[in-house]
Design a protein. Structure first.
Length: 644
């Protein structure tokens, strides 16, 4: 037998155990290692008997979190410090729910030994150990997170308060135009549309709106603004829209901020300002027209007065002359209305019979009404005396009658009524109390609702079509009535017509006659310097003065007037001069003459108002002034009074 040596088979090396198996082996061989590991955890760990809720094991973190030393926690029941369960019954029910789900993850609070509360995030699972079923609860202290959330919530509330206080509507949108945020003013006006696409929420479109500012903003990264408008149930809404990019930490555009400002009121104020400027220009034009018109009326009234003095009572031409004077007088009131409209004329208050004013304007109103509107006047039997400017009251009646006519496009009836009433101040309801003269204008037109009645006297408010009304007629009527210490009220219902009622203070004294009886004109033989640039007016005044016996030295402007004064200064007793003239105005003329002869008497005349006279240096106090048109008798009485 061959003695051959057998080859030795190399011994196998044992394969290393897996990590999990090695860990289990180490823990099994050294339980203290398990304890050391579990105590290193930053989370509190509890092993609990699911049937009794008794704590079987806790790590060091659980002890430090709750403030219990040593093994005090062992044997305690979970609901002695857990906020989510408070009794054995609740514990049993809660365990059943966790078993059914397999695990639980909740946020709750735990009570510390000192009574304070600890916010925790708890992860619960069931495990089987040594043949028994146990519950492992891992509780993480989330105090810092809760504090951070609270701080974030407070900051967000502050930001929301600031965003809401701005008043403008603000939205934040992503790159797809999805609404991420709306501030309170935007939600109140547009509704809550968070999460919706902007173009669907507000424009009811399926695609981005044409001309959307955010599209441009996303493209160039700049802020863009524009004004736009939209028609709503409340009317036209004017808006100013601005869009700016929203960037992330790296500067990339991730969305946009859109701010919408309601500028409807501002636009309305701008329109009112523009309208006011136009009306101011119209007022200036009216003032100029009134001046020229007054010069013409001075001639008409003057020559008609001279004819009246020459004509015999009952003569064939006398009624025609009286009618010319009556028409000229009404035209004179019209010029006063023009000046009042331009705010350049004070009212001329007299004791007047309101019935007489209504009778006087009746003939003027009837053609205004048209054929399909009946005009009725129901006047009190006795005189109703008020302190008033007849021209202004006529203007109020004209405005109210015009509004009544416009409210009856299909025709109807307008009734003007006067009466005397004793109004109890406690029951006046906005009307003036005491003894009052009432003037009402009633129509059978379309009427108006309560909202319209509230605004009917507001400047620039009108219910008429664009271009058919300024919104100033009733505002002017209101202002005139208030200047007369009166009140004006409106009563109306849609479809039932409208009544405007004016209450004016009753004046016990007898009314002044509108046209006093013709009396002999006072005259004299003194010399008067007459300075007037309007030739037709100058010729009339010279004729009137010479008719009354005065000697007249005339001039066409201020420079000529001063030269003529120097020629005749020894005999001239009074200077009668227009105010606004070429070369040298009335004030400058008077100053030049006064330098030569201090204290000389002067009477100023003008077709402009007293306000313009003051602006030209003619004071309203201590100055003799007559507004044109001036009647011959008024002029002659004034001159005689000054000379005497």
């Amino acid at each position: 037998m061959n003695d051959r040596k057998k080859k030795k088979t190399p011994a196998r090396r044992s394969r290393p155990a897996s990590g999990a198996a090695a860990g289990a082996l180490l823990i099994q061989n050294d339980p203290s290692l398990f304890t050391a590991l579990i105590n290193q955890s930053n989370d509190a760990i509890f092993i609990v008997d699911p049937e009794t809720a008794a704590i079987l094991y806790v790590n060091d973190k659980a002890r430090s979190n709750l403030g219990y030393p040593g093994d005090v926690l062992l044997g305690m029941k979970i609901h002695e410090f857990a906020a989510n369960v408070k009794s054995d019954q609740e514990w049993t029910a809660w365990v059943g729910r966790v078993k059914a789900a397999g695990s639980a993850f909740i946020e709750t609070e735990q009570r510390r030994k000192d009574g304070s509360r600890l916010p925790v995030e708890v992860n619960v699972r069931f495990v089987t150990l040594a043949g028994g079923e146990f519950m492992i609860s891992v509780a993480r202290d989330i105090t810092e997170r809760k504090q951070a959330e609270k701080s974030l919530r407070e900051e967000r509330n502050k930001l929301e308060a600031v965003m809401s206080a701005i008043g403008d509507g603000i939205t934040v949108q992503d790159r797809e135009f999805r609404i991420l945020y709306q501030n309170a003013p935007h939600r109140e006006k547009q509704g809550d549309h968070a999460g919706e696409f902007c173009y669907r929420a507000y424009q009811h479109r399926d695609q981005i709106c044409k001309g959307c500012l955010l599209v441009t903003c996303f493209a160039d990264g700049r802020v863009h603004r524009r004004e736009t408008s939209a028609v709503t149930e409340q009317g036209t809404l004017h808006m100013e829209v601005s869009a700016s990019p929203l960037r992330d930490a790296e500067g990339r555009i991730v969305g946009g901020i859109e701010v919408v400002r309601d500028i409807t009121e501002r636009k309305s104020l701008e329109e009112q300002l523009l309208h006011a400027q136009k009306m101011e220009a119209v007022g200036q034009l009216a003032s100029g027209v009134a001046h020229d018109f007054n010069n013409v009326l001075t001639a008409i009234i003057g020559y008609a007065n001279l004819l009246q003095m020459e004509a015999k009572d009952g003569g064939p031409g006398r009624p025609y002359i009286d009618q010319v004077l009556a028409s000229a007088e009404r035209a004179s009131k019209l010029t006063r209305s023009l000046l009042t409209f331009s705010r350049k004329q004070t009212m001329q208050m007299k004791a007047l019979d309101l019935n007489g004013i209504v009778r006087g304007i009746d003939k003027l109103l009837r053609p205004l009404m048209g054929e399909d509107i009946e005009l009725r006047t129901v006047l009190a039997a006795s005189a109703l005396t008020v302190m008033a400017d007849s021209g202004q009251i006529e203007q109020v009646l004209m405005n109210l009658a015009s509004n009544a006519r416009d409210a009856m496009p299909q025709g109807g009836r307008v009734t003007i009524k006067t009466s005397l009433a004793d109004i109890d101040p406690d029951e006046a309801g906005g009307q003036r109390g005491g003894r009052s003269v009432l003037l009402s204008v009633t129509d059978t037109g379309t009427g108006m609702d309560k909202e319209t009645q509230k605004r009917i006297f507001d400047p620039f408010f009108t219910t008429k079509e664009q271009g058919r009304g300024t919104g100033l007629g009733l505002a002017m009527a209101y202002g005139i009535v208030r200047q007369h210490q009166g009140t004006i009220q409106v009563s109306s219902k849609p479809g039932s017509g409208t009544t405007f009622t004016i209450a004016l203070p009753y004046h016990a004294a007898a009314p002044n006659p509108e046209r006093p009886a013709v009396a002999p004109l006072p005259g004299g033989n003194e010399t008067v310097l007459l300075v007037e640039d309007e030739a037709v007016v100058r010729r009339l005044l010279k004729l009137v003065l010479e008719y009354a016996g005065y000697a007249v030295v005339e001039a066409a402007d201020g420079e000529e007037g001063f030269a003529r004064f120097l020629e005749h200064q020894g005999v001239i007793r009074l200077v009668l001069t227009d105010v606004i003239m070429p070369k040298k105005n009335g004030r400058e003329l008077y100053e030049s003459i006064s330098a030569v002869r201090p204290g000389i008497k002067a009477l100023f005349m003008s077709g402009y108002s007293a306000e313009i006279m003051q602006s030209r240096g003619i004071p309203d106090q201590g100055t003799h002034y007559l507004p044109k048109p001036v009647a011959p008798d008024t002029l002659l009485r004034k001159i005689r009074t000054m000379l005497d």
